[in-house]
Design a protein around this ligand. Structure first.
Ligand code: GLV
Length: 332
């Protein structure tokens, strides 16, 4: 007897390795583009699907779930999942999964690259050379803060924060951190010092690197008041989510030279418009949300998302569920 294959939607062009896994067991329909799937198209294409391999640019809310009555699993190709309405999914018995672990090192590497680039003015200096402005060795040109032996403040000591601490330890930095929970391993391994108060991190650190998820409680966590606490030569690094930082307050503080620099791989909004005031500042480095963009990491993210979908379709526990309550209901 021929049984119809489960119908799965993939919302973007993605690495072949993960897609091949899905195709072995499912009828895959794909929005085969490098652009975001339009909302209406997403609704239409989801109508007959049981699973979706989704991107952080796809917003899954009540309206979308209404348009997809047969949906059982959404595998988000990201560790962050602020694009998914978790309560709504759980209420409807839709399993949600994300891609933790496989992108931790690549993201920590990138946070580190931003830290180095912002402190040592790598991008402005490369532009200066290209513009033919390099006339002589300049004892007073392009001075930046020391990285080695400086104090790094980590806001959010989860998996990625932990790996950033490991890198900082190699650079002989003092590490302080704020998180709702203490990280005994980072304290033991890298001498990380716990601060119960975020303000203390902001006041003391020479570099502040953000690694918190975006939630109502972290929206504009770094606001005008907190930016004003930072040291005059401090550097802010954001590889978390753009909306963790108030962009207007950041502009004012950078434009006034009240901190040394900011480097951000994430912005509010995303993409940041090319005429956004932050992009006019020489001490603000912005990249296009590429922290996990390595060949291997993207393959692994796609494979993990595919395996999560296949597990749910086979009645098994997915590897990295977001809302395990639904699995209890499904008894898997
Ligand atoms: C990317 O931002 C992710 O959350 O994986």
């Amino acid at each position: 007897m021929h049984t119809a294959l489960p119908k799965v939607l993939v919302t973007r062009n993605l690495p072949e390795s993960g897609l091949a896994l899905l195709r072995e067991h499912c009828a895959v329909q794909q929005w085969a583009s490098d652009d975001v799937i339009p909302r209406d198209t997403l609704k239409t294409m989801l109508a007959d699907k049981i699973a979706c391999l989704a991107l952080l640019t796809d917003r899954f809310d009540a309206e979308l779930f209404d348009a997809a009555p047969g949906l059982k699993v959404v595998a988000n190709l990201a560790v962050g999942f602020d694009n998914l309405d978790v309560d709504e999914a759980t209420r409807r018995g839709v399993v949600l999964t994300n891609t933790p672990d496989v992108l931790t090192d690549a993201t920590a590497d990138y946070a580190w690259a931003l830290l180095l680039a912002a402190a040592r003015q790598i991008v402005p200096n490369a532009d200066y050379v290209k513009a033919g402005k390099w006339k002589t060795w300049e004892p007073m040109g392009f001075l930046g803060p020391n990285i080695h032996h400086a104090t790094l403040g980590i806001v959010g000591m989860g998996r990625i924060g932990h790996e950033v601490a490991r890198r900082a330890h190699g650079f002989k930095m003092r590490i302080i951190y704020h998180d709702p929970q203490r990280a005994a391993d980072a304290e033991r391994d890298y001498g990380a010092e716990y601060c119960t108060d975020l303000d203390e991190v902001l006041r003391v650190a020479d570099f502040v690197s953000l690694h918190v998820p975006l939630r109502p409680s972290t929206h504009h966590l770094i606001d005008r008041r907190s930016l004003a606490l930072m040291k005059p030569r401090a550097v802010l690094i954001n590889t978390a989510r753009g909306a963790v930082v108030d962009p207007d307050a950041l502009y004012d503080i950078l434009a006034a030279g009240r901190i040394y620099a900011a480097a951000m791989d994430v912005t509010e909004p995303e993409p940041i418009p090319p005429d956004h005031q932050l992009l006019s500042l020489p001490n603000c480095l912005v990249t296009s949300h590429i922290a996990s963009a390595t060949f291997k990491t993207r393959d692994e993210m796609c494979e993990l998302a595919a395996r999560n979908i296949l597990a749910v379709l086979h009645g098994e526990r997915p590897l990295t569920p977001i809302n395990p309550d639904v699995l209890e209901q499904m008894r898997i």
